[in-house]
Design a protein around this ligand. Structure first.
Ligand SMILES: [Zn+2]
Ligand SMILES: [Zn+2]
Ligand SMILES: [Zn+2]
Ligand SMILES: [Zn+2]
Length: 246
């Protein structure tokens, strides 16, 4: 028999499908398999009772697939993702009346579908950030202009001499003070929105990158949290534009 050690280190071939390991998982005996291959093997093995390594027959625990890949209720591997109930289903779960009317995608399909949606979402939000940054720059210019204006007032000599000890803000006309602080507030709001959306973008990006069966529910929650409707408040800072596309 070919040394597995060599296989593993040099080619990383899955002993079941004979192809390069995809999402390698290790049995308790440290043999490596593609997650999908081992899951399929596991399903057959579970039907006949015991879980043994396909190579060395040493027993291993179902947990090697990773927490969340096995339905604890039925002890079968998860195969589908229910978009409606946001949960993973094994073949037996699938038969329950609750899911009869749903069309449940396979986990693989759900993953690629969610990846696409997450990617589309963070690209869209990145554009929004760009737009918010542009607005912020505009507001900063306005603020600067206002401050220059205020500065001119500060220079009026008779006022300066009257108010020297009270601090110069006192001599700036009330209206200008209000404009300035309104401007500052708006800039602050824009900065906050930019920071918040940036966090969401980072979240979307890393979720898309690491998406697997265990994080499908997280992905679905995240998509919900970042729908334009739920971001309305933040995005209302954007210049009036057409309805925001998904
Ligand atoms: Zn394989
Ligand atoms: Zn083994
Ligand atoms: Zn089940
Ligand atoms: Zn369902």
């Amino acid at each position: 028999m070919v040394s597995l050690q060599e296989d593993r280190q040099e080619e990383a071939v899955c002993p079941i499908c004979q192809e390069h390991l995809k999402e390698a998982v290790s049995t308790d005996c440290k043999h490596l398999f593609c997650r999908v291959c081992l899951a399929q093997h596991m399903e057959k093995a579970l039907a006949s009772g015991a879980l043994c390594c396909p190579l060395c027959r040493k027993p291993y625990s179902e947990r090697v697939l990773g927490e969340g890949y096995i339905c604890h209720k039925h002890q079968k591997r998860f195969q589908r993702f229910c978009e409606k109930s946001k949960c993973l289903l094994c073949v037996e779960c699938l038969e329950s009346p609750e899911h009869q009317s749903h069309s449940e995608p396979t986990i693989e399909n759900a993953i690629s579908h969610y990846k696409e949606r997450l990617t589309r979402r963070f690209r869209k939000l990145r554009k929004d950030i760009g737009e918010l940054q542009r607005l912020k720059a505009q507001e900063e210019e306005k603020l600067q202009a206002l401050q220059v204006d205020c500065g001119n007032h500060k220079l009026e000599p008779e006022l300066v001499s009257q108010h020297q000890n009270k601090g110069q803000l006192d001599i700036i006309p009330q209206q200008q003070l209000e404009d300035t602080s309104a401007e500052e507030a708006r800039i602050l709001e824009l900065s906050k929105a930019i920071a918040q959306i940036s966090l969401l973008v980072a979240d979307l990006e890393s979720t898309a990158k690491e998406l697997d069966a265990n994080t499908l529910t997280t992905a679905s929650d995240l998509l919900k949290r970042t729908t334009p409707k739920n971001l309305d408040e933040l995005l209302s800072l954007l210049a009036p534009a057409g309805p925001v596309a998904n």
